[in-house]
Ligand binder design. Structure first.
Ligand SMILES: Cc1cc2nc3c(=O)[nH]c(=O)nc-3n(C[C@H](O)[C@H](O)[C@H](O)COP(=O)(O)OP(=O)(O)OC[C@H]3O[C@@H](n4cnc5c(N)ncnc54)[C@H](O)[C@@H]3O)c2cc1C
Length: 408
């Protein structure tokens, strides 16, 4: 794939038109956190029939699984790497790229609910669990969160995990806290990771994954945390005190265990960040070229100065490289192949750094105007910084790339 097809461009333009009409007028309210993104995301889904597409592909998949005796079709999971039923790779990527030009947080909010929360239930749930919890997430009726990070774990997500589930009779009693959870304040459905408290050393304990519902006794969801950017994606804390969950809420650990399944999510999430980065880079480059053409100083447009030209050239190099990564990923999805952990981590590391650098350089190119919200690049710079932190920090991507390469 070297370019978007004509059909892709038609989809892109339609999504762009929707964003111009529905999202841009609400940017201030989204960026102040005053307007949660969910109604807009639902409207996107309805406008483009994505809710119905998700519903019909869900039912087809469940029917197939039931025919096969309730077993999850491993091949389906491979072909459809997000596990969320989106067969058309470009149809998944284009809205991500276009939304990230305007409000990258909306993509985080959407990606966590669909890719991580619903994706985990689709990979590891029984048909009943999928019907009960994944379907309303996939159609965007409900908001989903995916909770691993804790105040004392972070990059050492499993090693340092302190949240526990203790078996009492037929139930599990869950205690612990999570932080930095995307959609945490508004989530209806929470995929919650903790350790089985069976008396073993905490580092050796089995990882369990539960599906929890808003309003369960003992579950508290915080208000959105104040943060640097990405305000159209509410982030919060979860506090669990003696939350009682039946075995019907426990997801299967499968043959590979809960840790491995969460790692597969890292691969999906990291590849998605490259598409997000592409949106930010394309928008910053477009705005910078326009500004370099029109801003006049010393009797010339600033685009005539070589130091400004260098910034534009570096942005174009980043755009080409990240676009190539996204196109390669689309081709791999079409071929039914998933990237290795090293490939997905390399993609995320490069794309996140490129988006952050391009957006910072765009602020610089705009001078004082760049520092003002009206010119929009400052919001993109604040938002893009988050790409280097969530879904594994830059430093963790380096360790994952090296570990994967050295283990072969
Ligand atoms: C906007 C946002 C949304 C998020 N959404 C979610 C979510 O939905 N669900 C969820 O579970 N989590 C979420 N997170 C949490 C995110 O995954 C963590 O912030 C991230 O993994 C880093 O953990 P930490 O913040 O505890 O930093 P720490 O792990 O404390 O890291 C501190 C510093 O040490 C570095 N470091 C750590 N280990 C090493 C090492 N081995 N070698 C070198 N350097 C190292 C890190 O790179 C970093 O620079 C979100 C975070 C943000 C910012």
């Amino acid at each position: 794939m070297i370019e978007w097809s004509d059909e892709d461009l038609m989809i892109r333009d339609a999504v762009r038109g929707w964003i111009d009409a529905e999202v841009r007028p609400n940017l201030d309210a989204l960026d102040s956190g005053e307007l949660p993104p969910y109604d807009l995301l639902r409207s996107l889904y309805k406008t483009f029939g994505m809710d119905e597409m998700a519903r019909s592909s869900f039912h087809a998949r469940i029917a197939k699984e039931r025919e096969g005796g309730g077993k999850t079709d491993g091949k389906a999971g491979k072909k459809d790497a997000d596990g969320a039923g989106g067969g058309n790779a470009t149809m998944t990527m284009l809205p991500i790229i276009e939304l990230c030009k305007v409000a990258p947080g909306m993509v985080s909010a959407m990606g966590v609910g669909l890719g991580l929360a619903a994706g985990t239930i689709m990979k590891r749930g029984t048909p009943e669990q999928k019907e009960r919890w994944a379907l309303p997430l996939l159609t965007m009726e409900k908001v989903g969160a995916w909770a691993i990070t804790e105040p004392n774990s972070g990059s050492d997500a499993f090693g340092g995990m302190q949240a526990t589930a203790k078996k009492v009779g037929d139930e599990y009693v869950i205690n612990g806290g999570k932080t930095f959870i995307t959609n945490g304040p508004y989530a209806d459905t929470i995929v919650f990771y903790c350790k089985l408290d069976d008396g073993r050393d905490p580092r050796d304990r089995e990882i369990l994954t539960f599906v929890l519902d808003r309003g369960m006794e003992g579950l508290e969801q915080s208000r959105p945390l104040r943060k640097m950017g990405l305000h159209s994606s509410p982030t919060g804390e979860l506090f669990l005190t003696d939350v009682r969950a039946g075995a019907d809420r426990l997801l299967s650990s499968g043959s590979q265990g809960g840790k491995e399944s969460a790692r597969q999510n890292f691969v999906t999430e990291r590849a998605g960040v490259a598409a997000m980065a592409l949106g930010v880079i394309e928008e910053c480059l477009k705005l910078s070229v326009e500004y370099a053409r029109t801003r006049e100083l010393w009797g010339r447009r600033i685009g005539d100065f070589q130091l400004i030209q260098l910034k534009l050239a570096k942005m174009e190099v980043a755009r080409l490289n990240v676009q190539n990564l996204v196109f390669r990923h689309i081709e791999m999805q079409r071929a039914g192949r998933a990237p290795t952990l090293a490939e997905a981590s390399a993609m995320k590391l490069y794309a996140a750094q490129a988006a952050s650098e391009v957006a910072q350089e765009a602020v610089q190119l705009f001078g004082g105007n760049g520092y003002m919200s009206e010119y929009r690049v400052e919001q993109l710079a604040r938002d893009a910084k988050s790409f280097q932190i969530y879904a594994g920090t830059d430093e963790i991507q380096v360790t994952h790339i090296a570990r994967d390469l050295l283990s072969r």
